[in-house]
Design a protein around this ligand. Structure first.
Ligand code: CA
Length: 438
């Protein structure tokens, strides 16, 4: 999986890429951008610039499978490109890398295909056919379970079956689009009757998003050994959650209006190839935990199928913004805390004949760590609103307030490798619509 594109010594003639926290030449994520109101088209992030794939394809510099892949990604949502799978994606990555290194002879032609990212809007990279959210963060499951069921935090199925539910694709938005506080029906424990109005317990969830590649249109189950070939890339995902609506509605069928009003994703698809240096073995399960059933147990997946990526949540209130204060970190976690691997999620999702298609989106579920400073939701940070978190401005938060901006970041860092990032996943909370207009 490691090739010349991962060489930590590789430098680009796009000078902003060298040492860029997210998009050095070793990353090369794919996305959909538009320039000043133009049509969305496919691009690749490099430093502070975007390679326009349609323009690059037009130069004739790309050959073979790489040329075909660039053509598939040139215009409109990237579903067709994602469906091509690994071979075409790798071919394009290798040729892009060669064209963008300082050693490239083609700099003048490629330079003409670059657009400053500052001039561009980023869109959802693919048309999302379906979105599914899992629950792989075992520390999150324990922390939340403890609040709802102090004596029995983890339900007996958790360690046997990757828990998930079907989310709502229509309200998945790219980073930067504000999120409106939802109205809904709630019933606090002390109330005798439910009432309707703005959620008072609005929360974020720090998750990894998984973009599906070729998939199984015929419904044939994807085995654990094949599953990684059906993952086209990763993003950050904020599964906004209204805890008061959730608490009242979630039994017996699970999340509904508490979750489906908004999901925010980072706009770039970071490929499995870019993340190859940050792979690791799935951490051993604690003594006494069951082993996955055979259909979820793959030798290569157990040896290399986990990811080692730092995940971070920052909060920036309206007052902090007004006073020029920096966003404050309120959680630092890692994908190492996933109880199930991405491949296990794909295999489990399809084991019954359910089909996944190119551009389908999976969320991992909230990824919290074992410590108080590694929580992936404010519900956990404040223990259900009991212990407020203090911000640099002197303000306190039990849940999110209007004007708060939640910023998720992710970063692969490993000795001997060029660090890469995902780009931000951020959105500001807008006030609820008044009941008269709702
Ligand atoms: Ca979630």
């Amino acid at each position: 999986m490691i090739d010349e594109t991962h060489d930590p010594g590789l430098q680009s003639w796009v000078t902003s890429a060298n040492g860029h926290p997210d998009f050095p030449i070793q990353n090369l994520p794919f996305g959909l951008f538009s320039v000043e109101g133009g049509e969305p088209r496919g691009g690749v992030a490099i430093g502070d610039m975007i390679v326009d794939l349609a323009a690059l394809q037009g130069t004739g510099l790309l050959t073979g499978a790489a040329d075909g892949a660039a053509k598939a990604a040139a215009s409109g949502p990237l579903n067709g490109f994602l469906g091509l799978g690994r071979e075409a994606r790798v071919a394009l990555r290798r040729q892009l890398s060669a064209l963008l290194t300082v050693a490239s002879q083609a700099r003048p032609q490629v330079e003409a295909c670059l657009v400053s990212a500052a001039r561009c809007a980023l869109h959802l990279p693919a048309r999302i056919g379906d979105y599914t959210d899992f629950y792989v963060g075992i520390h999150h499951a324990m922390n939340v379970g403890r609040q709802f069921r102090p004596d029995n935090p983890l339900l007996p199925n958790y360690k046997h079956v990757p828990i998930g539910y079907h989310g709502r694709a229509s309200s998945v938005r790219p980073s930067g689009i504000p999120v409106r506080r939802p109205n809904g029906q709630t019933k606090p424990p002390e109330a005798t009757e439910p009432s309707f109005g703005p959620s008072r317990r609005l929360d974020y969830e720090l998750e990894l998003g998984i973009w599906i590649g070729p998939g199984n249109p015929d419904g044939r189950p994807i085995s654990i050994d094949e599953a990684s070939a059906h993952i086209a890339g990763y993003c950050l995902l904020n599964d906004w959650s209204a805890r008061d609506i959730q608490g009242w509605e979630y039994q017996p069928l699970g999340p509904f209006l508490a979750k489906n009003f908004a999901t925010t994703v980072s706009a770039w698809i970071v490929t499995p190839e870019a993340l190859a240096p940050f792979r690791s073995a799935q951490p051993a399960r604690p003594e006494g935990d069951p082993q996955p059933l055979p259909y979820l147990h793959g030798g290569d997946d157990q040896a290399n199928g986990a990811l080692d990526i730092e995940l971070e949540v920052l909060l920036l209130s309206e007052e902090m913004r007004a006073r020029g204060l920096p966003a404050q970190r309120i959680g630092l976690s890692s994908t190492r805390h996933m109880y199930w691997t991405p491949a296990q999620l794909v295999t489990h999702h399809t084991c019954n004949g359910c089909d996944l298609g190119p551009g389908d989106l999976l969320g991992t579920g909230t990824i919290s760590g074992p410590t108080a400073d590694s929580c992936g939701s404010i519900l956990e940070v404040t223990q259900g609103g009991k212990t407020p978190v203090r911000l640099g401005s002197g303000e306190e938060r039990r849940f999110l307030e209007d004007g708060d901006e939640v910023i998720l970041r992710a970063r692969g860092v490993r000795e001997g490798c060029a660090p890469i990032g995902f780009g931000e996943c951020r959105a500001i909370v807008l006030p609820a619509l008044s009941e008269a207009t709702a």
